[in-house]
Write a protein that binds this ligand. Structure first.
Ligand SMILES: Cc1cc2nc3c(=O)[nH]c(=O)nc-3n(C[C@H](O)[C@H](O)[C@H](O)COP(=O)(O)OP(=O)(O)OC[C@H]3O[C@@H](n4cnc5c(N)ncnc54)[C@H](O)[C@@H]3O)c2cc1C
Length: 376
């Protein structure tokens, strides 16, 4: 470890939000230190799908930041040795009411370069999708997918190697009193400090988050082994996503879909657990599949089999899988707000607290970091 203890910028937390701030500052020539309490990042940023989503993000800042972040990921990934596992998104609309939401979406500015086809017209080209009884398929070209558990450590290593960012892993920040930062191992100094501590909402970020009605949201995730040779055309989502993702769910057409889902026994059970489907594929052919959403002030870490079974039902209804063997299961947590996808708070001139309060941090962090520095 470098013995330097004074920096232009100190970042607390080495998840994607912290790394995005480190990247943005270091690429502008600032000296940057990232302090992470764990020996490696094991938070939301390595537990997610690595799905850098544009289409379906809520209109406004989140969609704008997602487009920008996707461009930055595309620029940085090859330099950092991060593979883009696949590109684009297919949304399978099984119900006509889901197809109506996609039709309406296509007419918004966010539908640019997306295509909607009748399921029967594209069934031959997309044999991995279960289209026999489906209504329509939306294709979006905008998305990227990275393997987060590999991408996050590679990004950190590249920031250190190529941009001189200093990392202090296994060191908790105990107090921020700008310009001083007291950690469990040292006293550091920085002109500016960004606190990016994710779901740790009762910790360092708490004073800045007081006015925000935040809760935690826990998700169940799985890694599935499909049958040999099974290949996704990119990320895949289904009807349930259209009442969950803001870019679709805010459309008036989503109301009829929501009512139809609530009247359907299996779909209403899924809705009860906040389930919708995202399936993405890794280099070894395995699929990362999820997810559910359970909310609370503190969330016990026990994954429920009935929830996984509902996710797998939706997966089997959407893909033509001959086999779906579960290889791994995990939970992940992020903070959530009823009002904001991201909270950026100021603590004096020198400190910013940046918390993504929705499941969109992998998709928006680079755009958020640029906004933070543009206003500072
Ligand atoms: C299961 C799951 C699936 C998701 N899927 C997607 C997806 O596909 N696409 C997408 O865009 N988003 C997705 N998200 C959301 C996304 O993962 C998060 O928004 C994002 O990872 C948040 O990044 P972060 O850096 O704020 O948090 P984290 O990754 O949790 O990092 C915060 C870091 O701060 C550290 N820290 C906390 N307190 C201290 C302290 N006092 N001192 C030092 N370090 C500290 C923690 O140890 C942690 O490493 C998903 C989230 C989950 C949980």
């Amino acid at each position: 470890m470098d013995n330097n203890t004074s920096f232009d910028l100190l970042v607390v937390g080495a998840g994607i939000v912290g790394l995005a701030h480190a990247y943005t500052a270091a690429s502008r020539g600032l000296s940057v230190c990232v302090v992470e309490r764990d020996a490696m990042c094991i938070g939301a940023s390595i537990r997610n799908f690595g799905f850098i989503t544009v289409t379906g993000q809520p209109a406004g800042d989140t969609w704008r930041r997602a487009r920008r972040s996707r461009d930055v990921w595309a620029e940085v990934a090859p330099q950092a040795g991060i593979a883009i596992e696949h590109r684009g998104l297919h949304v399978v609309a099984r119900r006509d009411s889901a197809a109506a939401v996609l039709e309406a979406f296509l007419k918004t500015p966010m539908g640019e370069r997306c295509e909607l086809d009748a399921a029967r017209e594209v069934a031959d080209q997309l044999p991995m999708l279960a289209l026999a009884n489906a209504s329509a398929v939306l294709h979006s070209p905008h998305e990227l997918r990275v393997e987060s558990r590999d991408a996050i450590p590679r990004l950190a290593a590249w920031l250190a190697r190529a941009l001189g960012v200093q990392f202090r892993f296994g060191e908790a920040v105990l107090e921020v009193d700008a310009p001083r930062v007291r950690t469990s191992r040292a006293l550091l100094n920085a002109e500016r400090i960004v606190v990016c501590t994710g779901a740790e909402i009762h910790g360092l970020a708490a004073p800045a988050l007081q006015g925000h009605p935040l809760q935690l949201c826990q998700l169940q995730m799985m890694r599935i082994e499909p049958h040999a040779g099974f290949k996704l055309p990119g990320a895949v989502m289904s009807d349930l996503s259209l009442v969950r993702y803001g870019g679709y769910a805010a459309l008036p057409e989503a109301e009829a879909l929501r009512r139809e889902l609530e009247d359907d026994e299996a779909a209403s059970a899924a809705l009860l657990h906040g389930i919708h489907l995202i399936a993405v594929q890794s280099a070894d052919g395995s699929l990362v599949v999820g997810d559910s959403h359970h909310y609370g002030d503190a969330l016990p870490p026990f994954a429920r089999d009935e929830v996984d079974a509902l996710i797998l039902d939706e997966l089997r209804a959407t893909l033509t899988l001959e086999q779906a063997r579960v290889r791994e299961r995990w939970v992940g947590t992020y903070p959530t707000s009823p009002h904001d996808d991201c909270v950026i708070e100021t603590l004096g001139d020198a400190v910013r607290v940046v918390v993504v309060t929705s499941g969109t941090g992998a998709s928006t962090a680079f755009g958020i970091a640029e906004d933070v520095f543009a206003a500072w």
